[in-house]
Write a protein that binds this ligand. Sequence first.
Ligand code: GLN
Length: 254
Amino acid sequence: MEQTIRICHMYPDLLNLYGDRGNILALAYRAGLRGIKARVTALSIGEVFEPEQYDIVFFGGGQDAEQNIIRADLVQIKGDAVKTAVNNGNVFLCICGGYQMMGEYYEEFDGTRIDCLHAINIYTIAQKKRLIGNTVYESDLLRAGAAHNCVEPRKLFGFENHSGRTFLGEGVRPLAKVLCGAGNNGEDGTEGAVYRNVYCTYSHGSFLPKNPAMADHLLEKALKQRIGEDFCLEPAECEVENIARTSASTCKRG
Ligand code: GLN
């Protein structure tokens, strides 16, 4: 059994809103509960991305300004390798701005259209009113599984703050349905996106510490990719996570 999970943290110096690096810590923590070490590599502007070196790739969220800063590097330098990784079935977790950048384009409120990676069939259009607040979603992709005794494991708790409204194109399915909050666009009741092993969400907070079933799902998918056969993690308790989940379940939106 693989004793190391190799995580690539993309642009941690620029895409790291609302403690998104906490997702890396949660993956390392949930892997560690099973005796699996996490090797985390930070890649930023000018650094080469080699897909075969990693099991999970993480993109955090960022303001429009940071998205503009990384765009050229992401699309022109890392773009082909990222798309290769997507098509090879590498596991990605992309949060908010990182999610948006994986799509066709991101149109800012003033109409400026930022050409994005074209790695998944989504597009985003920013509106003046920001979508902000606590969120609760429900995903049919998740099950209790290895997240032992996780309270309502299909529920995803988070926080959103985005002006972008994202719409899913053919071949891309939502990660979850919205129970509380706005989700992708505040209109169609969808939240996030899934394409192959690319998982996207607007959830900051950060996302995985409060959602152990999702963290374990990503770890299992990544290790299955690596060893080439189905893989199930040993069960691990969710006592601390359940305290956060129970508190977040009220979904107070200010
Ligand atoms: N700049 C993007 C937006 O406002 C993403 C923001 C974020 O990552 N929280 O929609």
